[in-house]
Design a protein around this ligand. Sequence first.
Ligand code: ATP
Length: 260
Amino acid sequence: MDGNAITDSVIRVRGLMTAFGTQVVHDGLDLDVRRGEILGVVGGSGTGKSVLLKAITGLVHPVAGTIEIDGVDQSDADSGAAMRSKRDWGVLFQDGALFTSLTVGQNIQVPMREHFHLSQNLMDDLALSKIAMVGLPLDAASKFPSDLSGGMRKRAALARSLALDPHILFLDEPTAGLDPIGAHAFDQLIAELKDSLDLTVFLVTHDLDTLVGVCDRIAVLGNKRILINAPLEDVARFDHPWVQDYFNGPRGRAAGSARA
Ligand SMILES: Nc1ncnc2c1ncn2[C@@H]1O[C@H](COP(=O)(O)OP(=O)(O)OP(=O)(O)O)[C@@H](O)[C@H]1O
């Protein structure tokens, strides 16, 4: 941690411990995500980036520690306040996780049905507005995920994660599997949505171009905790072998100079 007092954390994790059987994934992990930022979460393979995302969103139960979202302790997941705060975030999983037997429009309506009683007409209109928001043609609403390209499927999954007008977005490797042009376009979309919808974004990625291009801060996971959470310039100077290899190796330098 950088030691500065953080006054406007949307997500505040303290002393997090997660484990699967005897395998401890996080131990004493602290993390703050500030309102309105895109936080890129990086770390070697298997360091626990996805598990951290799942712990924060309630899909993995911590062994110890506290997770607050908008000041609401998530450990009491069934409390009314925790249930309400769940409506305030959207999650885009690595594989998109769209229901293959539902159209894109129906997929987007799944969270709406779970949380609200809305008329079908209203849900149809809302689904179309989300589809437009992510830059898909409106006729995508009636298509099945298998009718779409990989990039379009990602956008459809993003539209679903925006279904409840969240103010926090969790993205797990959103550009994985996209070609460089598609990945760049998706990065731009995330940055535009962040600005237009006032989002706070927790973004797990291996993509150096994404980190350099759209992230306000970068949190590095290693040794079961956050090693540093700071702007790119500071992270790139951080004295740690993995960080130096990653940010100052040939690919890191290429991503940095492409931006300069
Ligand atoms: N449901 C589970 N049951 C048992 N072990 C798990 C489970 N989910 C994750 N793990 C283990 O937790 C560790 C962290 O996994 P995680 O998926 O968070 O890594 P990651 O940092 O996201 O990796 P990658 O960059 O390769 O996607 C791994 O050793 C993984 O095998």
